[in-house]
Design a protein around this ligand. Structure first.
Ligand SMILES: Cc1cc2nc3c(=O)[nH]c(=O)nc-3n(C[C@H](O)[C@H](O)[C@H](O)COP(=O)(O)OP(=O)(O)OC[C@H]3O[C@@H](n4cnc5c(N)ncnc54)[C@H](O)[C@@H]3O)c2cc1C
Length: 170
């Protein structure tokens, strides 16, 4: 969306043969750390649902940052090197699989005057409506607000859309 700026995100998802810790979310506030959170998803949803213990390491950054454009192998190397500092008992042999995910438009950045830039639900294209993270302000992006937004847009779209009368059809 023109005129809005976003942070990108890079995530390393690890499939582990054993749990890393008993915590769901560990925030890493150290400036030198390559990621900002260690999230052990299977401390929320049981590992039996996936057949592995799932942990992801997440970092927000600019899409032209050298970490964002680095190869998957390099990202894994950098992230795991730091993970060992947090978990000294870490063994590479615990990793059954790993995946690097990148999202260029992961976090809308609310700059000064943002409330005047929020995109409208209705787009210039007839019958096309927009529900997006950029409209959540002043809340922060989250699935609960995505659902709220989706319901609101569906309600508005219904008001503006003439539904065909199918009551007499077999
Ligand atoms: C790294 C990261 C971590 C997050 N962590 C959390 C968290 O811990 N808790 C939380 O509540 N929220 C979190 N969020 C925010 C949450 O993911 C979003 O707010 C939510 O997913 C938005 O839902 P949505 O349905 O609007 O969009 P999305 O979930 O992005 O769904 C949009 C869908 O449309 C598809 N799509 C896009 N373009 C097209 C096209 N042209 N044609 C067809 N399909 C298309 C996409 O593939 C996608 O499946 C996180 C987001 C990121 C990026």
């Amino acid at each position: 969306m023109e005129g809005l700026s976003y942070q990108a995100n890079i995530c390393l998802l690890l499939e582990l043969e054993k749990p890393l810790s008993s915590y769901y979310w560990i925030t890493v506030a150290e400036v030198s750390a390559p990621f900002v959170a260690v999230i052990e998803h299977t401390n929320l949803i049981p590992a039996e649902e996936y057949g592995a213990h799932l942990v992801y390491l997440s970092r927000y950054l600019r899409p032209d940052h050298k970490l964002y454009t680095a190869s998957d192998a390099r990202v894994k190397e950098i992230f795991l090197t730091y993970l060992r500092k947090i978990f000294p008992e870490w063994q590479d042999s615990w990793v059954r699989g790993s995946h690097v995910y990148r999202s260029a438009y992961a976090q809308p950045v609310a700059t000064t005057g943002y409330s005047r830039k929020i995109p409208a639900y209705q787009t210039p294209i007839p019958h096309l409506y927009l529900a997006s993270m950029a409209q959540i302000y002043p809340e922060d992006r989250g699935q609960n607000f995505a659902l709220r937004n989706g319901r609101e847009v569906a309600r508005i779209a219904q008001e503006f859309t003439e539904m065909p009368d199918v009551s007499g059809m077999a």
